[in-house]
Design a protein around this ligand. Structure first.
Ligand SMILES: *Cc1c(COP(=O)(O)O)cnc(C)c1O
Length: 498
């Protein structure tokens, strides 16, 4: 059963939570009980392939799904046709260095595929369990990677339609091309004049608009979300923490039961929160290192207990982390305050009213014992890409470079020598202009030659271009729509009802 972080008292099944996306009181769904695992469970995972690992972990949270249903979900999501490696989420070991958990071997070359290949599968099973035949319309606000991954996951999935909003100037050239060339009969892609927070706020406003919901309901359409606030997005992400740990044990990098730290490039706090859940379930995770770019709201929160979004918004080289309101943090606050929905609601209303809140001492201490945080600016990020490539022959994308830097800072400051896994969230080819600039020490003469840069980066490094990105060169543009941030609701209504 699932609860809302803000106190909505009706018990909700996993299927209902996944269909709804967000609770009726505006809160996020959280599991009422945390399943616990032991060393035997971890040992048993080591022998399984990734889809089987996913099944074993997700079953603990989805009692209303049968084994056959879960089988179908994981094999559709993580089949060989979708991922370029059967390991799905391989761990690369660097000699005398950290390990890298590569989450970008899916159809869009970034980590959102890990969850967004699975969410539509979970959703369609969940829909089949209800007795209505409504259609689900998925609304997504994206800072780049989510949009494309959601479009790929939902395209032509029965009883679903998807509308993706992206900030006009907030995504890379390759990311934009990936979205505006999207195929499928049930997909819309719209550029919003604003930044990611504007797009995300717009989507939240639409969800809260009861008149619009009623109009849509009359037509048999329900709104849902594929943003990382959906439980069906978060759950698949718990799996790879277990999988990475099992791989670290198998490779002899860590003795079973001993702690492993994870450094996570963080934006909306979804990825790292899945690591927190894995730890609460009993996986031996030491520190969770929360890495931010110049939009370092979370660094400040984790070190001081003050969340303050009143600051300039920076466009950085790691655009998928250009976020000032990290939605999933609300779930962490819920758990760390012992499920105190009154407090959580209070902090969220303060955030809405003033852009700032301060948690109490108990929560603050819990946060700082679980997490460690640091951030880097773009210059440091480029330096990290260059030095890591020269020193270790491993090519980082800008997001992963931010995490690598935080890991280095963490090691220097704390002296902690426990093994660390750096969560690698995107293929460097997805951000080839920044990566080339980092390697060559000068900006590209024409940053708009997005696709040619793929070839340049490939010939410079000898690394292959991911197939999904190489294919972009021959795809026609299918989506041209643009809107003001205030127009998103009416656009949704027009698109869905006509
Ligand atoms: C989304 C994304 C992140 C941030 O993940 P959150 O779950 O939002 O914290 C980091 N790196 C890349 C490449 C992403 O696409």
């Amino acid at each position: 059963m699932y609860h809302s972080t803000r106190g909505w008292s009706q018990e909700t099944t996993a299927a209902q939570a996944i269909i709804a996306g967000i609770a009726p009181d505006g809160g996020l769904y959280v599991p009422a009980h945390m399943p616990k695992i032991d060393e035997l469970f971890i040992q048993s995972l080591a022998k399984l392939d990734y889809p089987e690992r996913a099944k074993a972990i997700m079953a603990l949270f989805l009692p209303d799904f049968t084994e056959l249903e879960l089988d179908a979900c994981v094999s559709n999501a993580y089949g060989a046709a979708k991922f370029s490696t059967t390991a799905i989420a391989p761990v690369k070991l660097i000699e005398e260095g950290p390990a890298l958990l590569e989450l970008w071997h899916g159809p869009t070359a970034a980590f959102k595929d890990m969850a967004l290949q699975l969410l539509p599968q979970l959703l369609s099973v969940a829909l089949a369990k209800t007795d209505h035949d409504d259609k689900i319309a998925i609304l997504v606000a994206t800072s780049g990677d989510t949009g494309k991954a959601a479009l790929e996951g939902f395209r032509d999935v029965k009883r679903t339609e998807i509308i993706v909003f992206y900030p006009l100037d907030g995504v890379s050239q390759v990311q934009r091309l990936q979205m505006v060339t999207q195929e499928g009969e049930n997909v819309s892609v719209v550029a919003v004049q604003g930044n990611f927070d504007d797009a995300q706020t717009g989507v939240k406003t639409i969800f809260a608009d009861s008149v619009l919901s009623a109009n849509l309901a009359d037509q048999g359409i329900r709104l849902s979300s594929a943003n990382s606030i959906n439980w069906g997005r978060l759950l698949p992400q718990i799996v790879y923490y277990f999988s990475a740990y099992a791989d670290m044990v198998q490779s002899g990098r860590v003795a079973i039961g001993k702690p492993v730290n994870f450094a996570v490039p963080t934006g909306n706090f979804g990825n790292i929160l899945a690591g927190y859940y894995a730890k609460q379930m009993g996986l031996p995770i030491g520190r969770l290192i929360c890495a931010s770019n110049q939009n370092n709201v979370l660094t400040e929160f984790i070190t001081s207990g003050v969340y303050d979004r009143n600051r300039p918004f920076h466009k950085t080289l790691s655009p998928s982390m250009d976020i000032l309101v990290s939605s999933n943090l609300e779930r962490l606050l819920y758990h760390l305050s012992g499920g105190n929905t009154v407090k959580v609601s209070g902090w969220q209303s303060e955030l809405n009213a003033t852009g700032r809140y301060q948690v109490d001492n108990a929560v603050r201490q819990a946060v700082s014992s679980l997490f460690w945080a640091d951030w880097s600016d773009d210059v440091t990020t480029k330096n990290t890409i260059k030095t890591v490539y020269e020193q270790w022959q491993y090519l980082l994308d800008p997001h992963t470079a931010v995490a690598w830097h935080a890991f280095e800072r963490y090691s220097q400051v704390t002296g902690d020598t426990n093994p660390c896994v750096i969560v690698s969230t995107a293929s460097p080819f997805k951000f080839c202009d920044s990566v080339l600039e980092a390697l060559e020490g000068k900006p590209q003469s024409d940053a708009n030659q997005g696709l040619e840069l793929l070839d340049r980066l490939s010939s410079l490094t000898g690394l292959p271009i991911p197939a999904a990105l190489a294919a972009l060169a021959n795809k026609p543009i299918r989506h041209y729509q643009t809107c003001q941030k205030g127009e998103m609701g009416s656009l949704v209504e027009r698109t869905l009802i006509g």
